[in-house]
Ligand binder design. Structure first.
Ligand code: FAD
Ligand code: NAD
Length: 499
């Protein structure tokens, strides 16, 4: 991110797009753009970029781009889809840049490869039990591709997915059923398998998911609305029966109901969202979701990291933490575009929540003896589930230490709970460090520095296996990683939470 000039925030951009100005520069016409034509528009003052087949005139957007003009210019006059996906694949540029639309790329006629056309014709067949596996991966990976089957009783439809993975668990299965549209996604390492069908008949709202962890079998059980015999499961949808890299799978959203909003500090609130009955979703430790709202007619998406409703002092999952709710601890910025809109949501209103994402692996903690958590401000959020997991499930850990950076003592999130946790578990320590302390503050002061880290991050033994997790404002995390490397910690010992 680069600092933007005043008057160049996302809200200012949204205002400009509503002003009626001709941002595409074509007086309302849409044209078909050839590759040669696109390539000609490669200067700052005349810059076109293609994203997913659509061409945008991004010159008016230059000064509003959070990544800076130079970043945008990397895609000038070319297909920028990969570049945009690499940086922020969740941002809906189609919505953000709709007023800059120049037109579509002209399609070059290409002969479809044989294999794809035969797969397509098979896909078009009605679904009736097993379909051939889609050949998305190479032959060697094919054996690992999950497959599915289905059967019915008078009242139930059961879809069985054979994941071919031993350690299946509830976090790796995401199921949604909206109207008659069923979507079941299975995460296998960095791949995603999808069953996506327009069901033959209507089903009831609630569904069940059973997982046989050892054999990797996942059952999705739907209740028929009418007890009639189904001739088939339904019509396959576009991405049905595909097994592709998670990063190539589009984000899927479902609408969740805001059920409560509680104050945590003067500017931070705990939002509780309820998943629909027809959704099975568990956000894994260390992962975030995206929230989506329409603000002034534009889709705006921001990432947030689910927490627990409180730090479980008795080290058991709280009984009302049932998987049907997602808790988010969110700081409301006084001039924040997204958080202001979020704060204005009423109890009972709905907001779209995506599938989880993130590259943190629990195994990183399971193999550690010393765990150091460096959090700044709301960078505390991923540490909540991580602390719970570390203290309840990882017996090899000898030290779990949170070093928590905030501006003032009023900003410290869950201070009381953290201090209680210190009393409950002798492996846990917490250190609060304030950058703008009041006169009464007797604790540590300052920002992240080499000397603070050399004082607080120390191996319990010279050969201890260490994991250091960092989360907070980007400069905080970047400086932290640099200081840790200077202190001799390796890249493998450091995990930074990012989007
Ligand atoms: P904007 O309109 O973008 O900005 C408003 C004001 O806030 C400006 O003054 C701006 O300078 C300041 N500001 C905005 N964004 C940042 C930032 N990232 N760092 C410092 N200052 C900023 N936030 C939470 O409160 N809880 C979470 O659980 C959480 N999880 C996140 C997970 C990930 C992976 C990432 C990348 C971010 C997370 N965030 C979280 C931050 C969140 O995504 C938004 O950036 C934040 O809510 C501000 O959005 P806004 O539209 O209200 O602010
Ligand atoms: P804040 O502005 O209140 O700052 C908290 C502390 O961070 C400060 O006291 C200071 O010690 C440190 N800090 C702030 N700016 C710094 C800088 N430029 N250099 C060094 N240290 C600095 O923090 P906030 O408003 O709560 O923001 C939290 C940040 O954490 C946001 O940027 C948010 O996007 C990020 N976040 C990221 C994730 C994630 O990637 N998974 C999750 C949650 C929050």
């Amino acid at each position: 991110q680069v600092p933007l000039k005043p008057g160049r925030s996302l809200m200012d951009w949204i205002r400009l797009t509503k002003s009626g100005k001709d941002l595409a520069g074509l007086k309302g016409k849409l044209i078909e753009v050839t590759e040669d034509e696109l390539a000609k528009h490669n200067k700052k003052e005349d810059c076109w970029i293609c994203i997913r087949g659509f061409v945008y005139n991004v010159t008016p957007y230059m000064e509003y781009h959070p990544g800076g003009e130079d970043e945008l210019m990397k895609a000038a006059g070319t297909d920028g889809t990969d570049l945009f996906d690499q940086v922020h694949r969740w941002v809906n540029y189609e919505s953000m840049l709709k007023e800059c639309l120049v037109g579509r790329m002209a399609v070059k006629p290409i002969a479809a490869p044989k294999e794809i056309s035969s797969t397509l014709s098979e896909e078009k067949k009605q679904l009736n039990g097993m379909l051939p596996e889609k050949k998305v991966l190479g032959a060697s990976a094919k054996d690992l591709t999950p497959s599915y089957d289905w059967f019915q009783t008078d009242s139930l439809i059961t879809i069985v997915i054979y994941t071919k993975q031993k350690d299946m668990n509830a976090e790796l299965v995401i199921v949604d059923c909206q109207d008659k549209r069923l979507r079941g996604e299975i995460i296998v390492d960095d791949h995603s398998y999808l069953v996506e069908v327009d069901l033959d008949h209507a089903v009831q709202e609630d569904l069940a998911v059973n997982i046989a962890e050892k054999v990797g079998k996942v059952e999705i059980i739907l209740k028929k609305k009418d007890n009639i015999h189904w001739k088939m499961l339904g019509q396959p949808l576009e991405h049905h029966n595909t097994f592709i890299k998670c990063k190539d799978r589009g984000l899927f959203y479902r609408k969740c109901k805001l059920v409560s909003k509680m104050e945590v500090t003067h500017d931070t609130k705990l939002f509780c969202l309820m998943l629909p009955k027809s959704t099975h979703l568990r956000v894994p430790t260390g992962q975030h979701v995206y929230l989506k709202q329409i603000i002034a007619g534009t889709e705006v998406v921001k990432p947030y990291t689910p927490v627990l409703p409180f730090l479980p002092l008795d080290f058991k999952e709280p009984s009302h933490y049932d998987g049907a709710h997602i808790y988010l601890m969110i700081k409301i910025y006084s001039c924040g575009l997204f958080t202001q809109a979020l704060d204005h949501l009423q109890i009972g209103n709905y907001i779209s929540v995506s599938n989880p994402e993130g590259n943190f692996k629990k195994s990183q903690v399971q193999t550690s003896e010393d765990l150091f958590l460096l959090a700044a401000g709301t960078g505390f959020t991923p540490m909540v589930k991580l602390l719970n997991f570390a203290l309840t499930e990882v017996s090899c850990l000898r030290i779990v230490k949170l070093i928590f950076f905030n501006k003032t003592d009023d900003d410290i999130l869950w201070r009381n709970q953290l201090e209680q946790l210190v009393l409950k578990d002798e492996r846990f320590e917490v250190q609060f460090i304030l950058s703008q302390p009041s006169k009464d503050w007797v604790g540590k002061q300052g920002k992240i520095s080499s000397s603070l880290l050399s004082e607080f991050v120390k191996r319990s033994r010279t050969d201890s296996k260490v994991l250091i997790c960092i989360c907070g404002p980007t400069p905080f995390a970047e400086q932290g990683v640099q200081y840790l490397k200077d202190l001799g910690y390796s890249q493998e010992e450091i995990h930074t939470f990012t989007a």
